[in-house]
Design a protein around this ligand. Structure first.
Ligand SMILES: NC(=O)c1ccc[n+]([C@@H]2O[C@H](COP(=O)([O-])OP(=O)(O)OC[C@H]3O[C@@H](n4cnc5c(N)ncnc54)[C@H](OP(=O)(O)O)[C@@H]3O)[C@@H](O)[C@H]2O)c1
Length: 466
């Protein structure tokens, strides 16, 4: 008998199955297409994996309570698999979706399985193909009873945080696991946007790809150390096997997206959370895919981009500082969205615990998560930017951040990531925003009323008289 069932032997499923079997788990594996299962089993020499060729065979080969992990394409496939396997499961079994499902789908699925007693979990997994094999970050959502059953296997296969603890944890009820993964991806979008913008400024200053790679490598040895900086340095060094030049120069500047960034931006609008940069990072990918329009438009203004008025050394230092401040603002927006979501949906999400399990295995792992966790442990739930140490850090970045952004904007280099993070920082620290005038205008044309700073109540003015 096996202790874990794994359904879906695509890129992620295969590696998770191997990871589990390497840690001594007996795994029964099943894939919709029989040949995929056979190919996987024949290519694998170990003894921990057993094939199954139907959902009921998966159920029959598992010890109780059963643990079944689904790693199939998000959307209809998850509903199809649940429908096919749930009749063979019993009360107390744990059925978990480890794909990138929308948290509302997860809530719906948990609700519909609840009467059967089957524990349904939505689990965020980050780390890509490599992480699935060697140790991902695992964000488990669902009934806390299910976590008691999932805790050991999920902890065993996960990465390790800075203190050596497993990067796997329960992050809240029903859709919380997939929500936390969605926010993880939104932060990933912003950090990638910022790294891309740094690359753009360096290119405008005629730095070579190799030089930019060296700079990213250097930043990665300091305060901004992160997985995304590390791989950016590697990507910029990769040669193209077809042309011999740098591969990055041959890649079309049209970025794609699968949905989690858009979902996070939608959730910000729904919950009224001002995480500007999440929308900007997703929409700037859309701008990049407006390639044909951009080609036409740029032909109307040839040579419009100038060299920023920055020395090479100055640019390197100022951008490094700006990146560090902007990156903190990206994470701040993520934790602020998580705080709003846990209040809205009644989840018992421990934000400091999220900062801990993102320290290893996942795409946004970064040294700054140590400081963020400490800030959250000291109660900086309104915003991590209000934590005294983080605030001091942000203030230190200010001068260089503004200088490099204004020099680059003067040179007409688009910087939606840097400007949106800076706007977030400035708006958050501004006590009185000009929204009073917006309220007056709304009242003028729509009688929408307004509140006053000097007395309680709701007011309306007959503006025609003024
Ligand atoms: N790739 C990553 O880096 C990564 C990272 C984190 C999370 N994820 C998420 O993990 C999930 C799996 O990703 P992946 O990269 O492993 O995908 P993948 O390689 O495309 O594999 C998809 C799997 O889903 C199965 N499937 C598709 N439709 C099905 C259906 N209607 N019924 C039953 N099985 C069905 C496929 O079976 P067949 O072989 O029969 O087609 C295949 O085993 C996705 O939700 C993805 O977003 C991916």
């Amino acid at each position: 008998m096996a202790s874990v069932g794994l359904v879906g032997l695509g890129v992620m499923g295969r590696n998770l199955a191997l990871n589990l079997s390497r840690r001594g788990y007996k795994v029964v594996v099943y894939n919709r297409t029989k040949e995929v299962t056979d190919r996987f089993i024949s290519g694998y020499g170990g003894s921990g994996l057993t094939p199954a060729y139907s959902p009921d065979e998966v159920a029959r080969k598992l010890d109780a309570p059963r643990i079944i992990l689904l790693m199939v394409t998000a959307g209809k496939a998850v509903d199809d698999v649940i429908r096919s396997i749930s009749p063979y499961l019993s009360s107390g079994d744990v059925l978990s979706d480890l794909g990138n499902s929308h948290f509302r789908d997860t809530q719906r699925r948990e609700f519909s399985l609840d009467p059967s007693g089957i524990h349904y979990c939505g689990v965020g997994v980050s780390g890509g193909e490599e992480g699935a094999l060697r140790g991902p970050s695992i964000m488990v959502g669902g009934p806390s009873k299910a976590w008691e059953i999932l805790k050991k296997p999920m902890s065993d296969i996960s990465a390790r945080a800075f203190d050596g603890t497993p990067c796997a944890s329960w992050v809240g009820e029903d859709g919380a696991g997939h929500y936390v993964k969605m926010v993880h991806n939104a932060i990933e979008y912003v950090v990638m946007e910022l790294i891309g913008e740094c690359y753009g400024v360096f290119k405008a200053l005629d730095f070579s790809n190799g030089e930019i790679s060296d700079i990213f490598q250097l930043w990665n040895e300091g305060r901004s150390k992160s997985y995304l900086l590390e791989i950016s340095a590697k990507v910029l060094r990769r040669k193209d096997e077809l042309s011999g030049g740098d591969l990055v120069d041959k890649i079309l500047d049209s970025a794609e997206q699968k949905g989690t960034g858009k979902w996070a931006a939608e959730s910000c609008l729904e919950l009224g959370v001002p995480a500007f940069s999440f929308a900007v990072a997703a929409l700037d990918r859309s701008m990049s895919s407006f390639k044909l329009v951009r080609e036409k438009a740029s032909s109307l203004e040839p040579n419009r981009v100038n060299k920023p008025n920055l020395g090479r050394r100055e640019a390197q230092e100022a951008l490094g500082t700006a990146f560090s401040g902007a990156q903190l603002c990206a994470y701040a927006q993520g934790f602020s969205l998580l705080e709003a979501a846990r209040n809205e949906y009644g989840w018992h999400t421990d934000l400091a615990e999220v900062a801990r399990i993102w320290q290893g295995g996942c795409i946004i792992r970064a040294d700054l998560l140590k400081q963020i966790r400490e800030a959250l442990l000291s109660g900086a739930h309104d915003s991590i930017l209000l934590d005294p140490d983080i605030h001091r850090e942000i203030v230190k970045c200010d001068k260089a951040w503004r200088n490099v952004v204004s020099r680059a904007l003067e040179a007409r280099i688009p910087l939606p990531g840097f400007t949106s993070t800076l706007a977030y920082r400035d708006s958050l620290f501004t006590e009185r925003l000009p929204a009073n005038l917006i309220q007056a205008l709304r009242d003028y044309f729509g009688a929408h009323t307004y509140r006053r700073v000097d007395r309680e109540g709701v007011f309306h003015t007959d503006w025609s008289g003024g």
